[in-house]
Design a protein around this ligand. Structure first.
Ligand SMILES: Cc1ncc(COP(=O)(O)O)c(C=O)c1O
Length: 408
């Protein structure tokens, strides 16, 4: 059953606000859409980027659809294993982590992806037989803003394509086993030509390695944030890249696996953040709607300048007025400036769209506030998948000073 505004309102009543709600059906349909777009590729693998939304119920849902996982920390690997993934279904693409952490993850049987020459040489010398993937930086400027553009020349990510001769020398000297080449150029990439252009760089790099099993094109698909917004034309990309990929496999002499690791594409639009209006405050220039949340729960507007469409689901049909929607954090935390929203009354529930990716997973306890609950809407029913935090959670792991030391 399709989720409606009234279901969201009912969930806010049942589980309290603020609240994250995820629509399982949307996640499933996005997964199927991506698979279908690349159905001409015989070996396709989708590795969900755990960092976007790491609740284990979401990981379980994606596992049932056949997804693998893209992880960036040993903790994300542990979450994946906990959710029931086989180690070989998990990729580990860290940046700037220690050799020790990489060794620990290797011992778990997870696919390692290395993104710098120093670790590559140390790892190859110690473990020449472990199958390794290499993250290339193709030097393509792509992505919605500077924080999420990671494939350009000044980026800390990946091994520069200009360092390929050095990279190949390390591989030859250590006799390490390179089974995959990877890139990820950024998030929110508007133009499919950028993907196709970067893919050519990856194909060129791949020719230097004889034992490849897969090519990983990362992610960066742009999702719509409002009505009629631009989104990546996945179907067109599927058509063009599949054809080029299949031709490359023929040239390479082996059927390789094509991998994507989407976060936003799978979960962004499936997420709804619900928050209650605590106060409507009219100043000389602005009407503020102050909600029972802040950048502690949803930091993207302040961090990336991202736009989340906001609706008043308590009174969706009211006369539209201009509001600045702000949080309760003791710093300026503005979600939206002078946005047209149906007339807001104190106590109304506002719904933020595109709240699936990089929203809860970036939440914190700043101002000593609790993190909200998460609910999965599945088969017409809301399932609590994370309870609202309590005071015990704030105290957990804190160790008070013994009284005699604390007194001066
Ligand atoms: C290596 C890597 N892969 C995949 C992703 C997922 O990107 P997106 O959420 O744009 O699909 C990211 C996001 O930062 C990433 O760093």
């Amino acid at each position: 059953m399709k989720m409606q505004g009234k279901d969201l309102l009912q969930l806010a009543e049942q589980f309290g606000s603020p609240l994250y709600v995820y629509d399982a059906e949307k996640i499933q349909s996005q997964y199927n859409r991506l698979s279908k777009a690349f159905s001409k590729v015989n070996k396709l693998r989708i590795n969900y980027a755990v960092k976007a939304l790491s609740n284990i119920a979401i990981l379980q849902l994606l596992k049932e659809m056949g997804s693998g996982l893209d992880t960036v920390s040993i903790q994300e690997v542990l979450l994946g294993l906990h959710a029931g993934y086989e180690p070989e279904k998990i990729f580990y693409t860290p940046n700037g982590v220690s050799l020790e952490e990489i060794e620990e993850v290797t011992a778990m049987g997870v696919q390692i992806n290395i993104d710098n020459l120093s670790i590559l040489e140390q790892f190859g010398t110690k473990y020449p037989n472990v199958p390794v993937c290499i993250r290339i930086n193709p030097h393509v400027m792509a992505g919605g803003n500077a924080n999420i553009s990671v494939g350009h020349i000044d980026s800390k990510f990946g091994i520069s394509v200009h360092q390929l001769p050095h990279l190949v020398r390390i591989v030859e000297n250590t006799k390490m086993n390179i089974v995959g080449i990877h890139m990820h150029t950024g998030s929110d990439i508007l133009d499919i030509e950028v993907f196709l252009y970067a893919a050519e760089i990856l194909f060129d790099a791949a020719k230097n390695f004889k034992n490849l099993e897969f090519l990983d094109f990362g992610s960066g698909f742009k999702v719509p944030y409002k009505k009629d917004d631009i989104e990546t034309d996945i179907e067109e990309l599927g058509k063009k890249l599949s054809k080029r990929f299949n031709a490359f496999c023929t040239e390479y002499g082996k059927e390789l696996t094509l991998i994507f690791e989407p976060g936003k594409f799978l979960v962004s639009e499936a997420g709804f953040f619900l928050a209650k209006v605590n106060v409507v405050k009219q100043t000389t220039s602005t009407v503020f709607a102050g909600i029972d949340s802040g950048f502690n729960h949803l930091i993207r507007p302040m961090f990336y300048g991202s736009q989340h469409h906001i609706e008043n689901i308590s009174h969706p049909k009211g006369k539209e007025r201009f509001y600045s929607v702000v949080g309760y954090i003791c710093e300026t935390d503005t979600f939206a400036n002078n946005r047209k929203i149906s007339e807001i009354k104190e106590g109304d529930i506002l719904c933020f769209r595109n709240a699936g990716a990089y929203c809860f997973s970036m939440a914190s306890n700043y101002n000593s506030r609790y993190k909200p609950a998460e609910v999965l809407w599945l088969k017409g029913e809301g399932h609590l998948i994370r309870a609202h935090e309590t005071f015990e959670d704030l105290l957990k792991n804190q160790i008070p000073l013994p009284l005699e030391i604390a007194t001066v």
